[in-house]
Ligand binder design. Structure first.
Ligand SMILES: Cc1cc2nc3c(=O)[nH]c(=O)nc-3n(C[C@H](O)[C@H](O)[C@H](O)COP(=O)(O)O)c2cc1C
Length: 150
């Protein structure tokens, strides 16, 4: 698939993949072969020549399997040999910073944290408090007066 995309877009275009263990219908799903599976999956993706591998976990800094061990992002580093993007509750600046400083990820991405704080980067820079993610506020803009609007 990578080869076909590369042929179609040429060399001057970034191609990466986003992958997670979790499934839409099972967000606790783990790859049964544990680290061995990551060696196969990330190893193949890395060899294909992708420009980045982006992994999403519920909590990106936690062990990918069991209660201890490396995070999924650090397993991409180990076996994928491609720039790593990590995602999953990294809106707390210290956690994001640690993943970069520990060499587990090259870039971090935010979902809910950024939806709740469009100016996340400036807030971090200025040490300002973060707003919590409120699905009713962000995802359900239906026409009624809501508690937080009063
Ligand atoms: C409203 C919403 C829509 C999302 N849509 C997608 C999507 O279309 N494709 C996808 O891969 N992930 C999607 N996600 C998952 C996020 O990209 C992200 O992996 C997840 O929210 C965990 O990161 P976070 O803890 O920073 O929010 C969505 C998340 C939210 C909250």
């Amino acid at each position: 698939m990578y080869k076909s995309i590369r042929e179609a877009v040429g060399q001057n275009f970034t191609i990466g993949i986003r992958i997670s263990q979790a499934k839409v219908n099972d967000n606790t799903h783990k790859w049964t072969g544990k680290e061995q599976d990551t060696e196969i999956i990330f190893g193949q993706l890395g060899k294909a020549g992708l420009d980045f591998i982006h992994v999403s976990e519920y909590e990106a800094w936690k062990p990918a399997f069991d209660t201890s061990g490396p995070s999924l992002a650090s397993l991409v580093k180990k076996y994928g040999k491609a720039p790593v993007i990590a995602n999953g509750h990294l809106e707390v600046p210290k956690r994001a910073e640690e993943m970069i400083e520990n060499g587990e990820a090259d870039v971090i991405t935010l979902g809910k944290g950024a939806l709740a704080n469009h100016d996340w980067v400036n807030k971090v820079k200025n040490g300002e408090p973060m707003a919590d993610f409120n699905p009713e506020e962000v995802l359900s803009p239906n026409v009624k007066i809501k508690e937080f609007e009063l």
